[in-house]
Design a binder for this molecule. Structure first.
Ligand SMILES: Nc1nc2c(ncn2[C@@H]2O[C@H](COP(=O)(O)OP(=O)(O)OP(=O)(O)O)[C@@H](O)[C@H]2O)c(=O)[nH]1
Ligand SMILES: [Mg+2]
Length: 217
């Protein structure tokens, strides 16, 4: 098989996986509410309002599976979704939102950090970065934590419909350079837009490599 054929097959694997039914499993506001890990898992982390819930909806082709909010800090618990019984998707509460009451922020951070550090089934964390803002210090703090916990993560740019191609090209290069210094970071950055659909097939394909095999094929 040549490279083009391999790419086409990988995209098809991603399309098939994300064409499966996706069901809400449970929400967890405290570590003891996190469901038992039965499936390989992928988490979506990022600052408040970066577009985590929107990206999950775009990936699964469901408009309102994960709730989308106009006010940042809306997803206040970890929400788990099972994709065709092959992959668990975890929508994490956002960080870096200064206006939420301090105690609340602390509690979220505690729950998220405990989850990220202790989840054996976690195959990868997609670390979402707003293409308009690039990497912020709060992202760097999370990256350092993921490095220490040896949780593999991949930077995924969101809202790429809001920036120019030239700006996006520079940002991808800049982020790839920064990630090269991080032990647990996956080297490739994916550019996506939940609005235009850009990069969604590629992200589906990347995540399909982490899922349980489809025995129906
Ligand atoms: N232009 C554009 N807007 C987007 C995109 N993705 C999300 N948004 C908008 O960004 C806002 C936040 O989206 P959410 O998906 O709720 O973000 P979140 O990261 O889940 O937010 P929290 O759960 O509060 O941390 C909403 O107004 C979305 O419509 C995108 O690809 N392009
Ligand atoms: Mg959300």
């Amino acid at each position: 098989m040549d490279n083009a054929e391999e790419d086409a097959r990988a995209l098809e694997d991603g399309r098939r996986l994300f064409a499966q039914a996706c069901e809400f499993v449970t929400g967890a506001a405290a570590p003891d509410q996190v469901p038992d890990a039965g499936l390989p898992e992928v988490a979506f982390a990022g600052r408040s309002n970066v577009g985590k819930s929107s990206l999950i909806n775009a990936l699964t082709g469901r408009r309102s599976l994960a709730r989308i909010s106009k006010s940042p800090g809306r997803t206040q618990q970890l929400n788990f979704f099972s994709l065709g019984g092959r992959l668990m998707l975890a929508d994490l509460p956002g960080y870096g939102y200064a206006k939420a009451p301090k105690g609340e922020v602390k509690r979220w951070t505690g729950v998220v950090e405990a989850y990220l550090r202790g989840r054996a089934a976690l195959r990868r964390t997609c670390l979402l970065i707003d293409a308009r803002h690039g990497i912020r210090d709060s992202d760097r703090a999370v990256m350092a934590m993921l490095d220490r916990a040896a949780v593999s993560y991949q930077a995924v740019l969101t809202k790429c419909d809001k920036v120019t191609e030239a700006g996006l090209g520079r940002l991808v290069e800049e982020i790839e350079r920064e990630l090269a210094g991080h032990a647990a970071a996956y080297p490739q950055v994916l550019a996506t837009s939940a609005r235009s659909g850009r990069g969604i097939p590629e992200l589906r394909s990347a995540l399909a490599t982490l899922a349980n095999p489809d025995n129906n094929l």
